[in-house]
Design a protein around this ligand. Structure first.
Ligand code: SF4
Length: 269
């Protein structure tokens, strides 16, 4: 594999790689210490707000292609942490991702995950690893809505039953590293009732919430305004839920959440 192009904004640096078979994936360096890695070429989950999976899944990345993104960049960036949060669903390429995880751990690099939590058997394995953070993309607290927003991400019922079984087995310290990611979409999942249900669920599970704002990747969805975002944050906090907000790195037009692509063309950058 080889590095084809680097794109930079005032916040993020995006790296476009070409693989041996001509497919392209990308990584993003953000926060000055973290490299967000792709795990698949495309994604089969098909979240309608995300560009990464908009063309479906081309193929899984091999372990050497996951690690390769780091190896090509390691001498030019101060990488202290990697996040399996780029293009692809890490649990759907689990054997390669797990092998890459142990490789990074062996190098003393912290590893965090963003996942929809499916397949459930792999989520169980992930929760047991010595990771530095797992964010589980929820986006809806009701089966029909979650299926709309995370179409091929498994059933909400199964996800919650795995979390209810596995989380109590974790130490308090480890449980603190698990959170529910919730992308606020105007008029879709931002009602007070939906947020109250989210708060009660997070409280029951004993995990925090990462409250994400929309990056306008697809016109069909809208972002909530600043006041609504603050109101949602305060509501969650009022239930005692540890709540993290979208950082400006996540919202950057270059490399922000949902903005990475499989097989990006050089001219279209
Ligand atoms: S948000 Fe994640 S799981 Fe959903 S389509 Fe995008 S890359 Fe796949």
């Amino acid at each position: 594999m080889k590095l084809l192009q680097e794109l930079t904004s005032s916040l993020n640096r995006l790296f476009l790689f070409e693989l041996e078979d001509g497919n392209r994936v990308e990584s993003v360096f953000y926060r000055g210490d973290t490299l967000c890695l792709s795990t698949q070429v495309g994604c089969a989950v098909g979240c309608p707000f995300c560009l990464s999976g908009s063309q479906g899944l081309y193929r899984n990345l091999k372990v050497e292609e996951i690690i390769g993104q780091y190896l090509i960049l390691k001498d030019r960036l101060a990488i202290k942490r990697v996040a399996f949060a780029g293009v692809g669903e890490p649990l759907m390429n689990w054997r390669a991702v797990e092998e890459a995880f142990w490789w990074f751990k062996g190098k003393g690099i912290r590893v965090s995950f963003y996942t929809v939590g499916s397949p459930a058997s792999k989520l169980r394995e992930l929760l047991k690893l010595p990771h530095s953070g797992v964010s589980i993309s929820l986006h809806g607290v009701e089966e029909g809505l979650r299926r709309l927003l995370v179409p091929h991400g498994g059933s909400l019922k199964e996800l919650l039953s795995v979390l209810r079984e596995e989380l109590p087995k974790l130490s308090l310290r480890k449980r603190k590293k698990v959170s529910l990611a919730y992308l606020l979409l105007k008029g879709i999942n931002d009602s007070e009732e939906a947020l109250r249900r989210l708060a009660l669920l997070a409280r029951e599970l004993g995990v925090g919430v990462v409250l994400l704002r929309y990056n306008h990747t697809v016109e069909a969805f809208g972002d909530v305004g600043d006041r609504e975002y603050e109101r949602a944050f305060l509501l969650l906090r009022s239930y005692g839920v540890r709540t993290t907000l979208s950082t400006r790195f996540r919202r950057d037009s270059l490399g922000g959440c949902g903005r990475l692509l499989a097989n990006r063309s050089l001219t279209g950058c």
